[in-house]
Design a protein around this ligand. Structure first.
Ligand SMILES: NC(=O)c1ccc[n+]([C@@H]2O[C@H](COP(=O)([O-])OP(=O)(O)OC[C@H]3O[C@@H](n4cnc5c(N)ncnc54)[C@H](O)[C@@H]3O)[C@@H](O)[C@H]2O)c1
Length: 347
């Protein structure tokens, strides 16, 4: 038996980010009453509004973020510009104004490399915001959903890992995700707060500004630059098109079977970076490749088993990398095809 999304009050903390705004739009499309809470400060409008010398593609990313905000506005989704590190303001907003039944916590410094460079602010935006949200939610919320990560596992001990794989993170990002999961479970133990923990990996798709590998490859190809491949290209990631994850989160909200569970939520089949290069070549035949040393703090990953989420929630991702990447390239071409933007793309 599943719950209807129609009319459900759902607050997305960090909901103006890449995953969050895509999720907000789909939830609203299915009739939910969605509110977005976001400070717009991290990897968002205010980051790219600052004229920092090392910001790549600043104008382009500002355009992408404005697209997100316009889409939210057109869908009638309220955006509350609020820093979730402020416990009292967040509590007032959630408990007196929005009164959600479900909270999805997405706020974070969502980038392993940035987290290792700036642990202090990563702790603040990822764990402080989470604890604030849990504490504001503990008496009234029907389901608290936390976006964790495949980085909780550290180096995968097998080609495919399920949710029982040991948690041995490497670096600040993964460590804070493990801490976040434990905190969510503790709020369930102490306050009976129902939760769902979701472990996604290697997302890609429209309106991302995080400069993960797929995005950088497309931008390099568009600007005629070489693709910089970390290591020998044999490294594998479970690339997941954002719409598949969004569908999975919607299922997790609808199905009671998702309560108090942890789910891997990816495409469910890893692909090597070299395979990604070949897919990029199908769209940009002339691209050349340059090998660069890989970041030693990135764990070696692979496939996340999706058996549990498929069996319990009926999760059914529909985008193998070829299909998802074709959509992503098409979206990028349309974006930079506009004359004002073509010159902006840098690798
Ligand atoms: N994108 C991926 O590949 C991926 C993979 C695994 C897990 N995740 C997790 O999913 C979540 C969302 O990721 P994303 O890719 O959408 O990231 P994102 O950077 O696009 O979005 C994060 C959002 O959180 C907001 N935020 C940060 N600190 C805040 C604060 N103090 N108050 C209010 N808002 C704040 C930011 O402004 C931003 O809009 C993160 O928790 C991330 O760790 C992402």
């Amino acid at each position: 038996m599943s719950t209807e999304l129609r009319g459900r009050r759902i607050a997305l903390i960090g909901g103006a980010g890449f995953i969050g705004h895509n999720l907000a739009l789909e939830l609203a499309r299915q009739g939910a009453k969605v509110d977005v809470i976001d400070s717009l400060q991290v990897n968002n409008l205010l980051t790219f509004s600052a004229k920092m010398p090392d910001l790549v593609n600043r104008e382009l990313y500002l355009r992408i973020i404005h697209q997100r905000l316009d889409l939210l506005h057109e869908a009638g989704i309220p955006l509350h510009v609020q820093d979730a590190r402020d416990y009292h303001a967040l509590g007032k907003l959630l408990n007196q104004q929005i009164k959600p039944q479900v909270i999805v916590h997405l706020a974070a410094v969502a980038h392993a490399g940035h987290s290792n460079k700036d642990p202090y602010s990563t702790f603040d935006h990822s764990l402080r915001t989470l604890e604030n949200a849990l504490d504001c939610a503990r008496d009234s919320i029907e389901q608290f959903i936390f976006l964790s990560s495949s980085m909780v596992y550290g180096n995968f001990k097998a080609d495919e890992v399920d949710e029982e794989h040991p948690l041995e993170p490497i670096g600040i990002y993964g460590a804070l995700k493990v801490a976040g999961e434990k905190l969510v479970i503790a709020y369930h133990q102490v306050f009976d707060l129902p939760y769902t923990i979701i472990r996604p990996s290697a997302l890609y798709g429209p309106r991302c500004v995080s400069r993960r590998v797929g995005q950088i490859f497309i931008e390099s190809a568009l600007s005629g630059s070489t693709l910089r491949v970390d290591g020998d290209g044999s490294e594998r990631l479970d690339f997941t098109y954002v719409d598949d994850l969004v569908d999975g989160i919607c299922l997790a909200i609808r199905h009671p079977a998702a309560r108090n569970q942890i789910f891997n939520m990816t495409y469910g089949g890893s692909r090597s970076i070299q395979e990604l290069v070949e897919i990029v070549r199908q769209h940009f035949p002339r691209v050349e490749v340059q090998r660069v040393p890989r970041d030693a703090l990135m764990p070696f990953r692979g496939t996340l088993s999706t058996r549990k989420v498929v069996a319990q929630l009926g999760y059914a991702p529909t985008h193998p990398l070829e299909a998802g990447f074709a959509k992503y390239v098409e979206w990028y071409r349309a974006l930079v095809g506009e004359p004002s933007a073509t010159a902006e793309v840098q690798a």
